[in-house]
Design a protein around this ligand. Structure first.
Ligand SMILES: [Zn+2]
Length: 256
């Protein structure tokens, strides 16, 4: 190991095993390095901060705060939702009847709350993606939390296909289980086979057990329907999204 950066990293890692220093792994730092439209003066867009210990030659490598934003932006782009995130804000969600006003109110309360899940059921075109995208980008900005955007259909297909690629699969599952904010768009779209149910339970149960994690879910299937598909999954969503579970209005929602 001749690379000074990797050596510093190794030192920092060894240190972090015994102290409260942030734990990082080389692949995390290197793979996540992405400018992603985020300009950070703190780390000069390297994503890391290297500090020298007091009077020592030893270097400590920390992940810069901006990395959360960079990972969120990358996930947003990968999900093909970057354009939606610009267009779908709470300000342009038209609340011109009681139902829409109630949906908007729940979204605003959720953004201002510190925990819990948000669930919205509704047909395609009912504005559920609009509301969830607005929530996630608001949380990303206001609370500086990392958000992972998961279009359920695409990602569940990929996860099922690549199950045997152990390293990739485990890293992906770990991310979905632990990211501070997970947005599952169109949950169970494309069906709920045994493999889908098993995958969904693994992710949602881990998130259910850690009350600091927030999960935002949109689905064409309502809570009763989810309960019928799998009681353990439906029950967990029901419990965590209490106060923030809504039905999207039936008609198409217009943008102002
Ligand atoms: Zn930075």
């Amino acid at each position: 190991m001749d690379n000074p950066y990797l050596q510093a990293l190794k030192t920092a890692q060894a240190k972090s095993a015994t102290t409260s220093t942030m734990t990082l792994t080389a692949p995390d730092i290197l793979a996540d390095y992405d400018l992603g439209g985020v300009n950070c003066k703190l780390c000069e867009n390297t994503g890391r901060i290297i500090q020298r210990g007091p009077g020592l030659l030893e270097l400590h490598v920390f992940e810069c705060e901006c990395m959360k934003r960079r990972r969120s932006m990358r996930s947003l782009r990968k999900a093909g939702m970057e354009d939606m995130a610009r267009r779908y804000t709470l300000e342009n969600y038209v609340a011109d009847n009681k139902h829409r006003a109630a949906v908007k109110d729940a979204a605003m309360r959720y953004i201002n709350s510190a925990d819990g899940w948000f669930f919205i059921a509704g047909q395609s075109g009912s504005g559920k993606t609009h509301i969830c995208t607005a929530i996630c980008t608001a949380i990303m900005r206001k609370q500086d939390s990392e958000v992972y955007f998961m279009p359920w259909r695409d990602e569940s297909v990929e996860l099922k296909q690549r199950m045997k690629q152990e390293d990739w699969y485990q890293a992906k599952i770990k991310k979905l289980k632990r990211v501070p904010v997970l947005y599952i768009d169109d949950f169970f779209k494309g069906g709920a086979s045994d493999a889908d149910i098993k995958l969904a339970f693994e992710i949602l149960n881990a998130r259910y057990n850690d009350t600091t994690l927030r999960t935002v879910i949109s689905s064409e299937i309502d809570l009763d329907g989810l309960m019928r598909i799998d009681e353990a999954i439906g029950g967990r969503i029901y419990e965590r999204s209490r106060g923030f579970a809504v039905m999207a209005p039936g008609e198409n929602v217009r943008l102002s």
